[in-house]
Design a binder for this molecule. Sequence first.
Ligand SMILES: *Cc1c(COP(=O)(O)O)cnc(C)c1O
Length: 401
Amino acid sequence: MMIESGLWESIAVSILGLTTSQDDVLADDPLASGARLAIDLAAVAYNYRLIEAKVGATVAAVVKADAYGLGMAPVALALAGAGCRDFFVAHLQEALALRREAPLEARIYVLHGLWPGAERAAADEGVIPVLNSLGQMQAWRRLARQRGQRLPAVLQVDTGMSRLGMSRHEVDWLTADPEIFSDLDIRLLMSHLACADHPDAAGNARQRAAFTDVIARLPPVDQSFANSAAALSARPSFGGLVRAGLALFGASPVPGEDFGLRPVVRLEARVLQCRSICAGDGVGYGHTFIASEAMRIATVAMGYADGWPRGLDGRAAAYFGDQRLPVLGRVSMDSFVVDASGLEPGALRAGDWVELIGRHQSVEDIATAAGAIPYEILVNLGPRLQRWYAPADAPSLDRTN
Ligand SMILES: *Cc1c(COP(=O)(O)O)cnc(C)c1O
């Protein structure tokens, strides 16, 4: 049964108590927090469909780490509205939370597999573990036999990242056992690339060859190999079930490449104070910035506790209208300072909103300036930010283009 996205929206609104009107959050409420994050669920749905159209394969959504900091349940509901039926999380705990918070008829896979003793809870909730070792596999088979049920699972093999999945020796052992798949319903054989964000890296071809070799040695089974970067850059095409995370959330998974993804987040913060400083005055902790002339500066209510990276010391900017206000000195826990000298005196006042991520500055820009990756920027967007979700079927937020 296909449920219309409008219905998923009303489910999201009623179950999650989501704000339905942008005005509720975007009004200048004196009791509200100093920074606000708008999350465009229509853009998430758009990106899902875009990836699906580009790869011509089934696309699963990776919604681990609270959907990369954007809210697992509302994001999953929006994706379900776009047709997604496969969701990956890292921990069982996240899978159980997803089951609880979002009533989806969907397959939920746990990338880390299960700790010993967690098998019953996972099976009771119909969660599909990714089995990363023979130990995890044996425990899952044991429960399957006890229950007289072919429990679903994904097998992960390590093809060269040396992080998770069965080693070459474990695969040898597996292929020597004709009964390997008999107790279990193995849905997918999966592996993960170490260098997908560098599509031409030799490691990708080596991992691909290693994966092809394992596929040939096991009974026929569907495959899952590609994350966002591998799926979108598609050199070569990886097919199967694609596991997309970052691209759904609007950031390019391959630095410098534009895949036509829509930005999903807009971040703004309020000005706490404006002041004038003189030549020789230092700004912020450690005085890493010293004014060489008189300046007008402003203090913005967003700090590293909210996910504004400390690495932005003297890099990136806030925007007031189209005016760029460069970051001065170190980012504090709750605030940072910008140079407002480019504005007319009095043009910027306490309480005004400045843009931190949006039309002028992308998640990727912030990541580059901070020496980080877009993933880190998104997952660190903190709990103090006031969040507003633009519904999946509502007109979209401002676009970069
Ligand atoms: C996080 C993760 C993904 C998603 O990666 P993106 O680069 O965000 O698309 C896919 N597969 C595995 C195994 C992961 O851990």
